[in-house]
Design a protein around this ligand. Sequence first.
Ligand SMILES: Nc1ncnc2c1ncn2[C@@H]1O[C@H](COP(=O)(O)OP(=O)(O)O)[C@@H](O)[C@H]1O
Ligand SMILES: [Mg+2]
Length: 426
Amino acid sequence: MTRRNGSVENASALGDAFSARAGVFSDKALLDVGYVPGSERIVARNEEIRRLATALNPAVEGEAPSNAFLYGKTGTGKSLCARYATRRIVEASAETGVDVGRVVVDCSQDDTETRAVRATVRGLNDPAVTGIAVPETGLGRSRYYDLLWEVLDARFDVAFVVLDEVDCLDGTDFLMQLSRAAEAKKLDRCSVGVVGVSNKVRYRDRLEERVKSSLQEREIVFTPYDREALSEILRSRLAAFDDGALEADVVVECASLAAEEHGDARKAINLLRHSGELAASEGADRIAVDHVRRAKSVAERDRMRELIDGGTIQQKATLLAITSLALVEKTRTFKTSEVYAAYEDICAESGLETLSKRRVHDLLREWEFLDVLEITRTGGGRARGSYLQHHLLEDPSVIRSAFDGSERFAGVGFTAGSTTTTWSNI
Ligand SMILES: Nc1ncnc2c1ncn2[C@@H]1O[C@H](COP(=O)(O)OP(=O)(O)O)[C@@H](O)[C@H]1O
Ligand SMILES: [Mg+2]
Protein backbone atom coordinates (compact mmCIF):
# COMPACT_ATOMS: atom_id res chain seq x y z
CA MET A 1 0.00 0.00 0.00
CA THR A 2 1.39 3.40 -0.96
CA ARG A 3 1.72 6.09 1.56
CA ARG A 4 -0.74 8.29 -0.31
CA ASN A 5 -3.42 5.63 -0.37
CA GLY A 6 -2.81 4.93 3.26
CA SER A 7 -3.43 8.48 4.29
CA VAL A 8 -6.57 8.74 2.22
CA GLU A 9 -7.85 5.58 3.80
CA ASN A 10 -7.01 6.87 7.28
CA ALA A 11 -8.78 10.12 6.69
CA SER A 12 -11.99 8.39 5.73
CA ALA A 13 -11.76 5.87 8.52
CA LEU A 14 -11.30 8.67 11.03
CA GLY A 15 -14.06 10.81 9.60
CA ASP A 16 -16.63 9.52 12.05
CA ALA A 17 -14.49 9.92 15.12
CA PHE A 18 -14.61 13.71 14.87
CA SER A 19 -18.22 14.17 14.00
CA ALA A 20 -20.33 15.49 16.84
CA ARG A 21 -22.68 12.52 16.93
CA ALA A 22 -20.30 9.67 16.31
CA GLY A 23 -21.44 6.31 17.56
CA VAL A 24 -24.26 5.81 20.01
CA PHE A 25 -24.52 9.11 21.91
CA SER A 26 -26.86 11.97 21.18
CA ASP A 27 -26.49 14.05 24.37
CA LYS A 28 -23.61 12.76 26.43
CA ALA A 29 -23.81 15.63 28.96
CA LEU A 30 -26.69 13.77 30.63
CA LEU A 31 -24.11 11.23 31.81
CA ASP A 32 -21.65 13.76 33.26
CA VAL A 33 -20.89 13.40 36.94
CA GLY A 34 -21.73 17.05 37.62
CA TYR A 35 -25.05 17.03 35.77
CA VAL A 36 -27.91 17.92 38.12
CA PRO A 37 -31.19 16.40 36.97
CA GLY A 38 -34.48 18.18 37.54
CA SER A 39 -36.89 16.89 40.17
CA GLU A 40 -38.71 14.78 37.61
CA ARG A 41 -35.48 12.88 37.17
CA ILE A 42 -34.63 12.40 40.83
CA VAL A 43 -35.60 8.85 41.58
CA ALA A 44 -36.41 7.02 44.82
CA ARG A 45 -35.49 9.85 47.19
CA ASN A 46 -38.87 11.37 47.95
CA GLU A 47 -38.70 10.54 51.64
CA GLU A 48 -35.20 11.99 52.07
CA ILE A 49 -36.12 15.15 50.15
CA ARG A 50 -39.31 15.51 52.16
CA ARG A 51 -37.42 15.31 55.46
CA LEU A 52 -34.84 17.75 54.20
CA ALA A 53 -37.57 20.13 53.10
CA THR A 54 -39.17 19.92 56.56
CA ALA A 55 -35.89 20.97 58.15
CA LEU A 56 -35.20 23.80 55.73
CA ASN A 57 -38.72 25.07 54.98
CA PRO A 58 -39.03 27.69 57.74
CA ALA A 59 -36.66 29.76 55.61
CA VAL A 60 -39.42 30.33 53.07
CA GLU A 61 -41.25 32.37 55.74
CA GLY A 62 -38.05 34.07 56.85
CA GLU A 63 -37.67 31.95 59.97
CA ALA A 64 -34.53 30.17 61.13
CA PRO A 65 -34.28 26.71 59.53
CA SER A 66 -32.98 23.59 61.29
CA ASN A 67 -29.57 22.36 60.39
CA ALA A 68 -29.38 19.03 58.62
CA PHE A 69 -26.77 16.36 58.21
CA LEU A 70 -26.85 13.89 55.35
CA TYR A 71 -24.88 10.66 55.74
CA GLY A 72 -24.40 7.74 53.41
CA LYS A 73 -21.99 6.00 51.09
CA THR A 74 -20.76 7.56 47.87
CA GLY A 75 -23.19 7.74 44.99
CA THR A 76 -26.35 7.59 47.10
CA GLY A 77 -27.60 10.99 45.94
CA LYS A 78 -26.62 13.13 48.95
CA SER A 79 -25.00 15.98 47.02
CA LEU A 80 -27.81 15.91 44.51
CA CYS A 81 -30.54 16.13 47.14
CA ALA A 82 -28.71 18.80 49.17
CA ARG A 83 -28.30 20.97 46.08
CA TYR A 84 -31.80 20.34 44.85
CA ALA A 85 -33.58 21.00 48.15
CA THR A 86 -31.70 24.21 48.93
CA ARG A 87 -32.22 25.48 45.39
CA ARG A 88 -35.93 24.82 45.67
CA ILE A 89 -36.13 26.80 48.92
CA VAL A 90 -34.36 29.72 47.28
CA GLU A 91 -36.88 29.57 44.42
CA ALA A 92 -39.87 29.30 46.75
CA SER A 93 -38.66 32.26 48.80
CA ALA A 94 -38.72 34.49 45.72
CA GLU A 95 -42.51 34.19 45.91
CA THR A 96 -42.77 35.08 49.60
CA GLY A 97 -40.35 37.98 49.23
CA VAL A 98 -37.86 36.56 51.72
CA ASP A 99 -34.18 36.89 50.82
CA VAL A 100 -32.72 33.40 50.98
CA GLY A 101 -29.18 32.64 49.84
CA ARG A 102 -27.33 29.43 49.37
CA VAL A 103 -23.77 28.34 48.78
CA VAL A 104 -22.30 24.88 48.24
CA VAL A 105 -18.77 24.44 49.55
CA ASP A 106 -16.82 21.39 48.46
CA CYS A 107 -14.76 20.71 51.56
CA SER A 108 -12.59 18.20 49.74
CA GLN A 109 -11.23 21.25 47.88
CA ASP A 110 -11.59 23.92 50.54
CA ASP A 111 -10.39 21.71 53.32
CA THR A 112 -9.12 24.16 55.94
CA GLU A 113 -11.18 26.49 58.10
CA THR A 114 -9.82 29.60 56.36
CA ARG A 115 -10.45 28.23 52.88
CA ALA A 116 -13.94 27.11 53.79
CA VAL A 117 -14.88 30.51 55.27
CA ARG A 118 -13.43 32.25 52.23
CA ALA A 119 -15.32 29.98 49.79
CA THR A 120 -18.52 30.57 51.75
CA VAL A 121 -18.30 34.34 51.80
CA ARG A 122 -17.16 34.56 48.18
CA GLY A 123 -20.00 32.30 47.13
CA LEU A 124 -22.61 34.38 48.96
CA ASN A 125 -21.32 37.83 48.18
CA ASP A 126 -22.40 39.95 45.26
CA PRO A 127 -20.19 43.05 45.25
CA ALA A 128 -22.72 44.91 43.10
CA VAL A 129 -25.32 44.53 45.87
CA THR A 130 -23.22 44.72 49.02
CA GLY A 131 -20.40 46.97 47.86
CA ILE A 132 -18.10 44.59 49.73
CA ALA A 133 -15.04 43.22 48.00
CA VAL A 134 -13.82 39.85 49.21
CA PRO A 135 -10.29 39.28 47.95
CA GLU A 136 -9.21 35.77 47.10
CA THR A 137 -5.94 36.05 48.97
CA GLY A 138 -4.23 38.17 51.54
CA LEU A 139 -6.70 38.17 54.40
CA GLY A 140 -6.51 36.28 57.65
CA ARG A 141 -9.19 33.94 58.86
CA SER A 142 -10.86 36.32 61.28
CA ARG A 143 -11.12 38.98 58.59
CA TYR A 144 -12.90 36.53 56.32
CA TYR A 145 -15.29 35.75 59.16
CA ASP A 146 -16.01 39.45 59.64
CA LEU A 147 -16.74 39.79 55.95
CA LEU A 148 -18.98 36.73 56.06
CA TRP A 149 -21.17 38.18 58.83
CA GLU A 150 -21.27 41.49 57.01
CA VAL A 151 -22.28 39.95 53.69
CA LEU A 152 -24.90 37.72 55.30
CA ASP A 153 -26.61 40.62 57.06
CA ALA A 154 -26.37 42.83 54.00
CA ARG A 155 -28.00 40.36 51.63
CA PHE A 156 -30.09 37.71 53.32
CA ASP A 157 -32.81 36.90 55.81
CA VAL A 158 -31.72 33.27 55.71
CA ALA A 159 -28.66 31.64 54.16
CA PHE A 160 -27.92 27.97 53.61
CA VAL A 161 -24.36 26.79 53.75
CA VAL A 162 -24.07 23.34 52.22
CA LEU A 163 -20.80 21.77 53.38
CA ASP A 164 -20.30 18.88 50.99
CA GLU A 165 -17.75 16.21 51.98
CA VAL A 166 -17.63 17.95 55.36
CA ASP A 167 -15.52 15.14 56.81
CA CYS A 168 -12.60 16.43 54.69
CA LEU A 169 -12.61 19.67 56.64
CA ASP A 170 -9.81 19.80 59.16
CA GLY A 171 -11.47 20.37 62.50
CA THR A 172 -15.00 21.43 63.35
CA ASP A 173 -14.43 25.10 64.20
CA PHE A 174 -16.20 26.31 61.09
CA LEU A 175 -19.28 24.27 61.93
CA MET A 176 -19.14 25.70 65.41
CA GLN A 177 -18.86 29.30 64.21
CA LEU A 178 -21.75 28.92 61.78
CA SER A 179 -24.05 27.24 64.23
CA ARG A 180 -23.27 29.71 67.02
CA ALA A 181 -23.33 32.85 64.90
CA ALA A 182 -26.71 34.06 66.08
CA GLU A 183 -26.12 33.22 69.72
CA ALA A 184 -22.72 34.95 69.60
CA LYS A 185 -24.46 38.06 68.20
CA LYS A 186 -22.41 38.00 65.02
CA LEU A 187 -25.56 38.41 62.97
CA ASP A 188 -28.44 40.84 63.37
CA ARG A 189 -30.74 39.98 60.54
CA CYS A 190 -29.66 36.78 58.87
CA SER A 191 -30.05 33.24 60.17
CA VAL A 192 -27.86 30.44 58.90
CA GLY A 193 -28.84 26.88 58.07
CA VAL A 194 -26.01 24.39 57.79
CA VAL A 195 -26.44 21.34 55.59
CA GLY A 196 -23.54 18.96 56.24
CA VAL A 197 -22.94 16.12 53.82
CA SER A 198 -20.62 13.22 54.58
CA ASN A 199 -19.68 9.90 52.99
CA LYS A 200 -18.30 8.78 56.33
CA VAL A 201 -21.19 7.46 58.33
CA ARG A 202 -19.03 7.64 61.44
CA TYR A 203 -18.31 11.35 61.03
CA ARG A 204 -20.91 12.13 63.65
CA ASP A 205 -18.84 10.38 66.29
CA ARG A 206 -16.06 12.83 65.59
CA LEU A 207 -18.18 15.85 66.43
CA GLU A 208 -17.79 17.11 69.95
CA GLU A 209 -20.89 17.27 72.10
CA ARG A 210 -21.04 21.04 72.03
CA VAL A 211 -20.95 21.09 68.22
CA LYS A 212 -23.63 18.43 68.07
CA SER A 213 -25.90 20.23 70.47
CA SER A 214 -25.46 23.62 68.87
CA LEU A 215 -26.20 22.13 65.47
CA GLN A 216 -29.39 20.48 66.71
CA GLU A 217 -28.98 18.50 63.61
CA ARG A 218 -31.54 16.51 61.74
CA GLU A 219 -29.86 13.41 60.48
CA ILE A 220 -30.89 11.87 57.22
CA VAL A 221 -29.23 8.62 56.29
CA PHE A 222 -29.05 7.74 52.60
CA THR A 223 -29.13 3.99 52.10
CA PRO A 224 -27.64 2.38 48.99
CA TYR A 225 -29.86 2.07 45.94
CA ASP A 226 -31.16 -1.31 44.94
CA ARG A 227 -31.22 -2.65 41.42
CA GLU A 228 -34.66 -1.26 40.62
CA ALA A 229 -33.79 2.26 41.76
CA LEU A 230 -30.52 2.20 39.82
CA SER A 231 -32.35 0.98 36.70
CA GLU A 232 -34.76 3.85 37.03
CA ILE A 233 -31.95 6.38 37.51
CA LEU A 234 -30.32 5.10 34.34
CA ARG A 235 -33.55 5.00 32.38
CA SER A 236 -34.22 8.63 33.17
CA ARG A 237 -31.00 9.49 31.33
CA LEU A 238 -31.50 7.45 28.22
CA ALA A 239 -31.97 10.63 26.23
CA ALA A 240 -28.15 10.63 26.26
CA PHE A 241 -28.27 7.95 23.58
CA ASP A 242 -29.52 7.69 20.04
CA ASP A 243 -32.83 5.91 19.67
CA GLY A 244 -32.38 2.17 19.68
CA ALA A 245 -28.70 2.39 20.63
CA LEU A 246 -29.17 0.14 23.67
CA GLU A 247 -29.87 -3.54 23.39
CA ALA A 248 -32.40 -4.97 25.80
CA ASP A 249 -30.93 -5.72 29.25
CA VAL A 250 -28.09 -3.18 29.01
CA VAL A 251 -29.67 -0.93 31.62
CA VAL A 252 -30.49 -3.83 33.90
CA GLU A 253 -26.97 -5.19 33.57
CA CYS A 254 -25.43 -1.82 34.55
CA ALA A 255 -27.85 -1.53 37.46
CA SER A 256 -27.21 -5.08 38.67
CA LEU A 257 -23.45 -4.71 38.59
CA ALA A 258 -23.60 -1.41 40.49
CA ALA A 259 -26.10 -2.83 42.99
CA GLU A 260 -23.80 -5.74 43.71
CA GLU A 261 -21.14 -3.31 44.84
CA HIS A 262 -22.67 -0.74 47.09
CA GLY A 263 -25.60 0.67 45.20
CA ASP A 264 -23.59 3.60 43.89
CA ALA A 265 -25.51 5.62 41.28
CA ARG A 266 -22.33 7.33 40.14
CA LYS A 267 -20.80 3.96 39.32
CA ALA A 268 -23.93 2.86 37.47
CA ILE A 269 -23.99 6.03 35.36
CA ASN A 270 -20.26 5.87 34.63
CA LEU A 271 -20.58 2.25 33.65
CA LEU A 272 -23.32 3.07 31.18
CA ARG A 273 -21.20 5.86 29.71
CA HIS A 274 -18.09 3.67 29.48
CA SER A 275 -20.10 0.92 27.80
CA GLY A 276 -21.26 3.44 25.21
CA GLU A 277 -17.72 4.68 24.70
CA LEU A 278 -16.44 1.16 24.28
CA ALA A 279 -19.17 0.34 21.74
CA ALA A 280 -18.51 3.57 19.85
CA SER A 281 -14.75 2.97 19.82
CA GLU A 282 -15.38 -0.41 18.24
CA GLY A 283 -17.60 1.15 15.61
CA ALA A 284 -20.74 -0.58 16.92
CA ASP A 285 -23.98 1.37 16.65
CA ARG A 286 -25.62 -0.57 19.46
CA ILE A 287 -24.50 -1.19 23.02
CA ALA A 288 -24.70 -4.83 24.08
CA VAL A 289 -24.51 -6.50 27.48
CA ASP A 290 -21.06 -7.71 26.56
CA HIS A 291 -19.86 -4.10 26.20
CA VAL A 292 -21.10 -3.47 29.74
CA ARG A 293 -19.21 -6.42 31.20
CA ARG A 294 -15.99 -5.52 29.43
CA ALA A 295 -16.36 -1.84 30.28
CA LYS A 296 -16.66 -2.79 33.93
CA SER A 297 -13.48 -4.86 33.92
CA VAL A 298 -11.56 -2.14 32.15
CA ALA A 299 -12.83 0.61 34.44
CA GLU A 300 -12.05 -1.33 37.58
CA ARG A 301 -8.65 -2.38 36.42
CA ASP A 302 -7.78 1.18 35.35
CA ARG A 303 -8.88 2.58 38.67
CA MET A 304 -6.88 -0.03 40.57
CA ARG A 305 -3.85 0.58 38.40
CA GLU A 306 -4.03 4.28 39.14
CA LEU A 307 -4.29 3.64 42.86
CA ILE A 308 -1.47 1.12 42.79
CA ASP A 309 0.77 3.38 40.71
CA GLY A 310 0.22 6.12 43.25
CA GLY A 311 1.42 3.94 46.12
CA THR A 312 4.89 3.31 47.50
CA ILE A 313 6.50 -0.08 47.12
CA GLN A 314 5.64 -0.95 50.73
CA GLN A 315 2.05 0.14 50.24
CA LYS A 316 1.83 -2.11 47.23
CA ALA A 317 3.23 -5.01 49.23
CA THR A 318 0.51 -4.65 51.88
CA LEU A 319 -2.22 -4.66 49.24
CA LEU A 320 -0.64 -7.62 47.54
CA ALA A 321 -0.64 -9.45 50.87
CA ILE A 322 -4.38 -9.25 51.45
CA THR A 323 -5.08 -9.79 47.74
CA SER A 324 -3.06 -12.96 47.58
CA LEU A 325 -4.88 -14.27 50.64
CA ALA A 326 -8.25 -13.51 49.07
CA LEU A 327 -7.27 -15.31 45.88
CA VAL A 328 -6.36 -18.46 47.74
CA GLU A 329 -8.96 -18.51 50.50
CA LYS A 330 -12.71 -18.62 50.05
CA THR A 331 -13.19 -15.35 51.92
CA ARG A 332 -12.16 -11.72 51.60
CA THR A 333 -11.98 -11.05 55.35
CA PHE A 334 -8.78 -11.55 57.36
CA LYS A 335 -7.32 -10.82 60.75
CA THR A 336 -4.28 -8.57 61.20
CA SER A 337 -2.06 -11.57 61.96
CA GLU A 338 -3.05 -13.29 58.72
CA VAL A 339 -2.44 -10.21 56.60
CA TYR A 340 0.87 -9.59 58.31
CA ALA A 341 2.06 -13.16 57.74
CA ALA A 342 1.19 -12.89 54.04
CA TYR A 343 2.99 -9.56 53.93
CA GLU A 344 6.12 -11.14 55.44
CA ASP A 345 6.02 -13.84 52.75
CA ILE A 346 5.79 -11.22 50.04
CA CYS A 347 8.71 -9.28 51.46
CA ALA A 348 10.77 -12.46 51.60
CA GLU A 349 9.86 -13.41 48.02
CA SER A 350 10.58 -9.99 46.59
CA GLY A 351 13.59 -9.08 48.73
CA LEU A 352 11.81 -6.20 50.43
CA GLU A 353 12.58 -4.98 53.94
CA THR A 354 9.89 -6.10 56.41
CA LEU A 355 8.22 -3.26 58.29
CA SER A 356 6.72 -3.50 61.75
CA LYS A 357 3.10 -4.50 62.35
CA ARG A 358 2.35 -0.95 63.36
CA ARG A 359 3.66 0.47 60.07
CA VAL A 360 1.87 -2.18 58.03
CA HIS A 361 -1.33 -1.28 59.85
CA ASP A 362 -0.85 2.40 58.88
CA LEU A 363 -0.34 1.41 55.25
CA LEU A 364 -3.47 -0.73 55.30
CA ARG A 365 -5.38 2.24 56.69
CA GLU A 366 -4.39 4.17 53.59
CA TRP A 367 -5.98 1.50 51.41
CA GLU A 368 -9.02 1.78 53.59
CA PHE A 369 -9.07 5.51 52.97
CA LEU A 370 -9.11 4.75 49.24
CA ASP A 371 -12.07 2.37 49.74
CA VAL A 372 -10.05 -0.62 48.59
CA LEU A 373 -10.63 -2.34 51.90
CA GLU A 374 -12.51 -1.87 55.13
CA ILE A 375 -11.09 -2.32 58.61
CA THR A 376 -13.45 -3.05 61.47
CA ARG A 377 -13.01 -4.12 65.06
CA THR A 378 -14.80 -7.22 66.19
CA GLY A 379 -14.98 -9.34 69.29
CA GLY A 380 -16.60 -7.11 71.89
CA GLY A 381 -15.89 -3.44 71.28
CA ARG A 382 -12.83 -2.20 73.07
CA ALA A 383 -12.87 -5.06 75.51
CA ARG A 384 -9.97 -7.46 75.69
CA GLY A 385 -9.98 -10.04 72.97
CA SER A 386 -11.24 -7.71 70.28
CA TYR A 387 -9.31 -7.73 67.04
CA LEU A 388 -9.26 -6.06 63.64
CA GLN A 389 -10.87 -7.54 60.55
CA HIS A 390 -9.62 -6.50 57.13
CA HIS A 391 -12.20 -6.88 54.44
CA LEU A 392 -11.16 -6.50 50.82
CA LEU A 393 -13.82 -4.48 48.98
CA GLU A 394 -12.38 -4.82 45.51
CA ASP A 395 -12.41 -8.01 43.51
CA PRO A 396 -9.03 -9.67 44.16
CA SER A 397 -8.71 -10.85 40.56
CA VAL A 398 -9.10 -7.25 39.40
CA ILE A 399 -6.36 -6.12 41.78
CA ARG A 400 -4.25 -8.97 40.61
CA SER A 401 -4.69 -7.96 36.97
CA ALA A 402 -3.80 -4.39 37.87
CA PHE A 403 -0.50 -5.70 39.25
CA ASP A 404 0.25 -7.35 35.91
CA GLY A 405 3.37 -5.86 34.44
CA SER A 406 4.63 -4.68 37.82
CA GLU A 407 8.21 -5.90 37.60
CA ARG A 408 8.97 -5.78 41.26
CA PHE A 409 6.16 -8.15 42.11
CA ALA A 410 6.12 -10.30 38.98
CA GLY A 411 4.84 -13.71 40.02
CA VAL A 412 4.95 -12.78 43.71
CA GLY A 413 2.07 -13.67 45.98
CA PHE A 414 -0.11 -15.35 43.37
CA THR A 415 1.20 -18.84 43.51
CA ALA A 416 -2.06 -20.65 44.16
CA GLY A 417 -5.26 -20.61 42.20
CA SER A 418 -4.62 -17.49 40.15
CA THR A 419 -5.38 -17.12 36.49
CA THR A 420 -4.05 -14.53 34.15
CA THR A 421 -6.56 -12.64 32.09
CA THR A 422 -5.60 -11.02 28.83
CA TRP A 423 -6.77 -7.46 28.46
CA SER A 424 -4.93 -6.64 25.27
CA ASN A 425 -7.99 -7.20 23.12
CA ILE A 426 -10.09 -4.66 25.01
N1 LIG B 1 -32.07 9.50 43.04
C1 LIG B 1 -31.37 9.88 41.96
N2 LIG B 1 -32.00 10.16 40.80
C2 LIG B 1 -31.28 10.54 39.73
N3 LIG B 1 -29.95 10.66 39.70
C3 LIG B 1 -29.26 10.37 40.83
C4 LIG B 1 -29.95 9.97 42.01
N4 LIG B 1 -29.04 9.75 42.99
C5 LIG B 1 -27.84 10.01 42.45
N5 LIG B 1 -27.96 10.38 41.15
C6 LIG B 1 -26.84 10.74 40.29
O1 LIG B 1 -25.75 9.91 40.62
C7 LIG B 1 -24.54 10.64 40.75
C8 LIG B 1 -24.02 10.57 42.16
O2 LIG B 1 -24.90 11.21 43.06
P1 LIG B 1 -24.36 12.18 44.22
O3 LIG B 1 -25.49 13.02 44.69
O4 LIG B 1 -23.15 12.91 43.74
O5 LIG B 1 -23.96 11.12 45.32
P2 LIG B 1 -23.23 11.35 46.71
O6 LIG B 1 -23.12 12.81 46.96
O7 LIG B 1 -24.08 10.61 47.69
O8 LIG B 1 -21.89 10.68 46.55
C9 LIG B 1 -24.87 12.07 40.31
O9 LIG B 1 -24.57 12.19 38.94
C10 LIG B 1 -26.36 12.16 40.56
O10 LIG B 1 -26.96 13.10 39.69
MG1 LIG C 1 -21.36 13.87 47.11
